[in-house]
Design a protein around this ligand. Sequence first.
Ligand code: A2P
Length: 328
Amino acid sequence: MYKIAVVGATGLVGQKMLEVIERKNIPYDSLTLFTSARSAGKTIDFQGKQYITEELTEEKANKKYDFVLMSAGGTTSLKYSPLFEAAGSIVIDNSSAFRMDQDIDLIVPEVNHPQLNRKIIANPNCSTIQSVVPLKPLQDHFGLKRVAYTTYQAVSGSGVAGRNDLINGAKGEAPTNYPHPIYNNVLPHIDVFQPTGYTKEEQKMIDETKKILNLPDLKVTATCVRVPVQDSHSVAINVTLDKPATVEAIRSLFEQTEGVVLVDDVEHNQYPLAIHATGKDEVFVGRIRVDESLENSFHIWCTADNLLKGAALNAVQILEQIHQQNHL
Ligand code: A2P
């Protein structure tokens, strides 16, 4: 039985974390739900019990939990994750604050395992998680030379504020979260711009893909786009392999890969759709075809629920993985 804390329990990801904890029967005997001062004192009904949310403070972070599931943004993580860690808690951190630190594990359980040199484990970027799951079997069987991503990301990736911009935009209201309307629009802008001209989201996909796959020299590029879709991200993956492959071989590999569902029957208009991914744990792949413009290259269309596999589910799977590895 674990002592578990969820930080950001009123957020979109925090709520999903609770759903997944329940669905996966994670054994806990104590559950603490942290929020900011804004929602502290709120009642959350969970598994037949009423929990009162608590404001996260330094004093409360100095207490040991077995697992802290953290999804309250980078600033909160930077401040509190090291405090929880110092108190002996294992922190599974959904923010980007620690992902690229050398001694921090960046984990997608289908792909890699934590070394636990530190007790903060980073949950990767949502679009990256769903992309590396199908890239891993390609890496193992054919080797990877280059990956080019274009994403079509749902507004729930920006939390409650992003979702509100889409809903209120449909009523003609001006956006408060995005710099432009997202309703009836497409924004080639996720997270802040960097001096290179890439956004931080694009750089995260590039850097995190190399780290998770343990391929520091892999060529990776990305264009990240916000679309007026409520839930589930879609990613167009263009991949160049080291060795020759066929569409049939790739399809058959995906059919055998845990956590991946092949939906690739274009004669019947069957391909992965965001609306079909929502609420599902798996990563969906299809539209697999040869890219004639480059040697050993293929296109793959990939969808997944960004709040589940892209965030909450992956975090709880990391907890289960550590539980199974018996590192505790
Ligand atoms: P609150 O409800 O008090 O704002 P989302 O990204 O979906 O909007 O969710 C963000 C989550 O992070 C919310 O649960 C929010 O709580 C929580 N949060 C934000 N700032 C802090 C903080 N400083 N300490 C703890 N939780 C925080």
